[in-house]
Ligand binder design. Structure first.
Ligand SMILES: NC(=O)C1=CN([C@@H]2O[C@H](COP(=O)(O)OP(=O)(O)OC[C@H]3O[C@@H](n4cnc5c(N)ncnc54)[C@H](OP(=O)(O)O)[C@@H]3O)[C@@H](O)[C@H]2O)C=CC1
Ligand SMILES: O=C1O[C@H](COP(=O)(O)O)[C@@H](O)[C@H](O)[C@H]1O
Length: 508
């Protein structure tokens, strides 16, 4: 069983990088390169998913000796007995060039190295395939994009280039648009792969099939049957060590405007005409256009303080205890927002997005709560709820009302449970970056963010973010490090979200 064929393969920019490719990782000395990009490339190599003639070049300003660079990039490889012997051959495909981002010399050396590889593997002039991964801070995105276009873009009819860009894509509508304008002047939209790694997660990739491939779910997926939807991101990890970046961003920009909004789009969009990337993204755009900007009346804003006293463990620090964070910081480490989608399917259904750091648990899930069954035959039955657990322990469960077996007439809430590690114990679930890099090499942009999606997602949050930035009287509610979050959230969920909690075993 397969989905319908996509129409993506028809244009020049989305041909797969099949036989020959060079991958350049800008910012190769950094955290993302070390923890995600090189380990992912190694996994893809072990799976045989990289092009046959591949060359990988790390590029950054720092001078690093080849041995040292190999040590760095291999530090986070995921290995097994079977893949360990592949480390050395893989490392032989990698080299490192040190150079500046804003002057020509380094790019000239890069080009020389790329062309040398392409010529040695006997590329015909029409197979110069170059994937340029910008793992650098946003302040240098444009410089690297412009310089790469100038020096590393293959001549017409000699191949293709793709530019992979990491978030954050700006910090509000105007900065994001400015960045996109610069990129657009140099690169075609179809050559830009904006990564939102949530789109590479297994359960997120499953949403459209779950909704549109199951008649009974689809039939009830509307305002007539659904009371509210929640998309929840909880992280135990605090912002320690990332205070500088985080203080400028806050949780709404870090997680909500991008990851949670992508999930929201997939959960609420109309059925696309096909699974092709443009058809899917066209529908996401329509949903984003139907969301009204969020106002201060519809939010709970929080920041973690020190943990509560405990005899078991030492106190955990407050957000502002971080040396890189000003004592008076109002940056948000927690936010709950309510929004509405003004269309026929969703009019009046509250949608709550919640995201927080330094909480009691790490969990990301979607909760669809249905309306109560009619009263009469039964009274006040608990509501059905469909939960899609994105992580950890991927699962889908549906809370139903069931007669307690035996002579009892009691009603119990029970889970219809599809837990992946039980149902599919032998199928490994790919890491999000692995899935996305594969898509990028094969020219499938469906799970990447298109420029218009990005602009519209910012429009939903920008007025709120600008107001919070400008009005010093808006202060986050302090919650203890390691707690459930701000105290007022439960009331907010009941009053603004129409949410009625029923706990089952799977919820714990
Ligand atoms: N780390 C992560 O888990 C994630 C990161 N991202 C995004 O990916 C990108 C890279 O992230 P990460 O690796 O953490 O970033 P780093 O801060 O580690 O920066 C990467 C490299 O860029 C160079 N660099 C750093 N600051 C500057 C500067 N001010 N001017 C010029 N070059 C600079 C440094 O290399 P050198 O000095 O050697 O040139 C550094 O090693 C960022 O846009 C980040 O927001 C997105 C999601 C997760
Ligand atoms: O983009 C980001 O995502 C991570 C969470 O990613 P996950 O795959 O571990 O769920 C978050 O911790 C980080 O702050 C943010 O920048």
């Amino acid at each position: 069983m397969k989905s319908s064929p996509t129409s993506d393969i028809s244009n020049r920019e989305t041909q797969p990088f099949q036989r020959n490719a060079t991958i350049v990782v800008f910012g190769a000395s950094g955290d993302l390169a070390k923890k995600k990009i090189f380990p992912t490339l190694f996994t893809l190599y072990c799976l045989g998913s990289l092009p046959q003639n591949i060359k990988i070049i790390g590029y950054a300003r720092t001078q690093i000796e080849p041995d040292e660079f190999q040590k760095r990039v291999s530090a986070h490889f995921k290995t097994t007995d079977k893949t360990r012997p592949k480390i050395l051959p893989f490392l032989q495909l990698i080299s490192y060039i040190s150079g500046q981002y804003d002057t020509d010399e380094g790019y000239i050396e890069l080009k020389r190295s790329i062309v040398k590889h392409e010529d040695t593997v006997g590329s015909s002039p029409s197979s110069r395939y170059r994937l340029l991964y910008l793992a650098v801070p946003p302040t240098v995105f444009v410089t690297v994009a412009v310089q790469s276009k100038k020096h590393l873009y293959p001549p017409l009819n000699e191949g293709q280039a793709r530019l992979v860009v990491e978030k954050p894509f700006g910090r509000n509508t105007s900065t994001s648009n400015e960045l996109q304008e610069y990129l657009k002047a140099q690169w075609a939209e179809s050559e830009i792969y904006r990564i939102d790694h949530y789109l590479g997660k297994e359960m997120v990739k499953n949403i459209l099939l779950l909704r549109f491939g199951n008649v009974f779910l689809n039939a009830a997926h509307n305002k007539e049957h659904i009371s509210n939807i929640q998309i929840v991101f909880k992280e135990q990890m605090s912002t320690e060590g990332r205070g500088g970046y985080f203080d400028d961003m806050g949780i709404i920009r870090d997680v909500m405007q991008n990851h949670l909004m992508q999930v929201l789009c997939l959960m609420t969009m109309e059925r696309p005409v096909s699974t092709s990337s443009e058809d899917v993204r066209d529908e996401k755009v329509k949903i984003l256009r139907a969301i009204k900007p969020i106002t201060l009346d519809d939010v709970v804003l929080g920041q973690y303080g020190r943990s509560e006293n405990s005899s078991k463990s030492p106190p955990k620090p407050a957000y502002t205890d971080d040396q890189t964070v000003p004592d008076t910081s109002r940056s948000l480490t927690y936010a709950a927002v309510r929004l509405f989608i003004g269309n026929e399917r969703w009019d009046g259904v509250p949608i709550i997005l919640r995201a927080g750091k330094a909480l009691d648990e790490s969990k990301v899930e979607i909760r669809v709560q249905y309306k109560a069954a009619p009263r009469g035959m039964y009274y006040d039955l608990p509501r059905n709820e469909l939960v899609i657990r994105i992580q950890p322990n991927e699962s889908i469960y549906l809370k139903i009302n069931n007669k307690l077996p035996g002579y009892s007439e009691d009603i119990t809430v029970t889970d219809l449970d599809l837990t992946y590690n039980q149902r599919y114990p032998n199928i490994p679930i790919p890491d999000a970056y692995e899935a996305l890099l594969r898509d990028c090499l094969s020219g499938n942009p469906a799970n990447f963010v298109r420029a218009d999606e990005l602009e519209l997602a910012w429009k939903v949050f920008s007025p709120l973010l600008d107001e919070i930035d400008q009005n010093e009287n808006i202060k986050p509610e302090i919650y203890p490090h390691g707690s459930e979050g701000p105290k007022s959230v439960n009331q907010f969920l009941r009053d603004k979200g129409d949410y009625k909690s029923t706990m089952t075993e799977k919820d714990i």
